[in-house]
Design a protein around this ligand. Structure first.
Ligand SMILES: Cc1cc2nc3c(=O)[nH]c(=O)nc-3n(C[C@H](O)[C@H](O)[C@H](O)COP(=O)(O)OP(=O)(O)OC[C@H]3O[C@@H](n4cnc5c(N)ncnc54)[C@H](O)[C@@H]3O)c2cc1C
Length: 381
């Protein structure tokens, strides 16, 4: 049986869809205008048992694995949520894995459990104003001073940065390059830690994005995640899950755009006939479906390999690149087939069109992931 379509996962899908129809779609347009989703949404998603799907029960999660997490993303977006909404509500999917995998009980009690209960919001800060692609070159420093680290530097484009209660932050504790990087949990309210204004963006409007500034911020050494100077390995390990998550956003958004387009071309007529009666339209719909199915099948295969304990680094890069490209093309075709209606603010395909553009940039730009895949696959001189 297809692991993504078992009876249990069908029930999970239906719970997600009910939740989205009740708690998300009636408010999403307002949250897009507000530039953020409310904290209450985290609490209600937790109460519905949907915030922590795929996270072990031993740390406060609902249990299950990345297949379940993938089903949640697919179902939320199928029911009318958006990639931006998923980025905002599930930011813990990138902020917590490092804390969980190191098994540090104190960090788990202070940050992981309350976040999964919808009481705290976490973020992951790697990118800096000088660049995000070259993670090994990051410049924010953390100098040990007794039982604290003193942090100086800045982070850019941080998802949920404006709302976050804590930020899992990549800092330089050692020498240059990847071997000098650590992860520190930095809490809002730490003197010397300032959050900049929300950044105004092309898409993902309901997902707040902020710059973070550190000027002599004193962070307790007990907030170190894993080993000092062991941060790069942790980041790379968990980038696989993040990239598969973004690939899932991409093919799910594309599927939703196709579903919306199919209904539109069935009811819209031109020159006395429904649009769907035109062969060119039928072929376009099939081409949209073809790209979506290839992206979904390949991404799901990588998810299954990940769940089986493999680290499909190259496959995650290829899945994200392929799904993002499929999504870009499909949402463009969806707007085209909606005509002027698709260009209007408030049309769902218009939002997906803008939201999709980040998927080939965030979590590793397409070129950078292609470089990484070439390295992993040994396609180098
Ligand atoms: C809405 C949004 C949310 C984000 N959320 C987060 C977050 O939560 N946490 C976080 O840490 N970061 C986050 N980011 C940052 C994101 O991961 C980076 O934008 C991305 O990694 C690219 O880094 P950069 O923007 O500095 O581009 P740069 O590194 O300056 O690269 C610019 C462009 O150059 C090209 N390029 C780069 N390197 C190469 C190369 N070697 N060969 C060929 N071409 C290349 C790519 O096209 C790339 O897009 C977010 C960004 C956005 C816009």
């Amino acid at each position: 049986m297809n692991a993504f379509e078992t009876p249990e996962r069908q029930i999970l899908r239906e719970s997600c869809e009910r939740f989205v129809r009740k708690e998300v779609t009636p408010h999403l347009a307002q949250w897009e205008r507000d530039g953020l989703v409310p904290r209450e949404l985290h609490k209600s998603a937790a109460a519905a048992g949907l915030l922590a799907v795929g996270i072990p029960t031993g740390v406060g999660g609902e249990g299950g694995d990345l297949v379940d997490g993938t089903v949640v993303t697919e179902a939320f977006i199928a029911a009318g949520a958006s990639s931006g909404l998923m980025a905002a509500l599930f930011t813990h999917g990138i902020a917590l894995p490092h804390l969980i995998s190191t098994g540090n009980r104190e960090l788990i009690e202070r940050f992981v459990r309350p976040t999964l209960a919808g009481e705290l919001i976490g973020a992951l800060a790697v990118t800096e104003p000088e660049g995000g692609s070259d993670v090994a070159a990051l410049r924010t420093t953390a100098r040990r001073d007794g039982d604290h680290f003193v942090v100086n530097g800045a982070k850019a484009f941080i998802t949920s940065g404006a709302r976050a209660d804590f930020v899992t932050t990549a800092v330089r504790t050692g020498g240059p390059g990847h071997a000098g990087i650590s992860l520190l949990v930095i809490e809002r309210g730490t003197p010397g830690f300032e959050v900049g204004d929300k950044l105004d963006k092309m898409g993902w409007l309901c997902s707040d994005t902020a710059e973070l500034f550190f000027d002599g911020a004193r962070v307790p050494a007990r907030n170190l995640v894993g080993q000092e100077n062991g941060g790069f390995t942790l980041l790379m390990r968990h980038f696989v899950g993040e990239r598969l998550g973004l690939a899932t956003h991409a093919y799910s958004v594309a599927q939703r755009a196709l579903d919306l387009t199919l209904s539109f071309v069935r009811q819209r007529g031109t020159f006395g006939r429904p649009l769907i009666s035109r062969q060119v339209v039928q072929h376009r719909l099939v081409q949209m479906r073809q790209r979506i199915e290839l992206a979904r099948t390949y991404t799901r295969d990588a998810v299954l390999r990940h769940v089986a304990g493999e680290q499909p680094v190259a496959q995650a890069c290829l899945a994200k690149n392929a799904a993002a490209a499929a999504c870009d093309w499909v949402v463009d075709q969806a707007v085209q087939l909606h005509g002027g209606t698709g260009y209007l603010r408030g049309a769902e395909v218009e939002r997906h069109y803008r939201d999709a553009r980040i998927l080939g940039i965030g979590g590793g730009a397409t070129e950078v992931l292609t470089d990484l895949a070439a390295k992993v696959l040994g396609y180098q001189a």
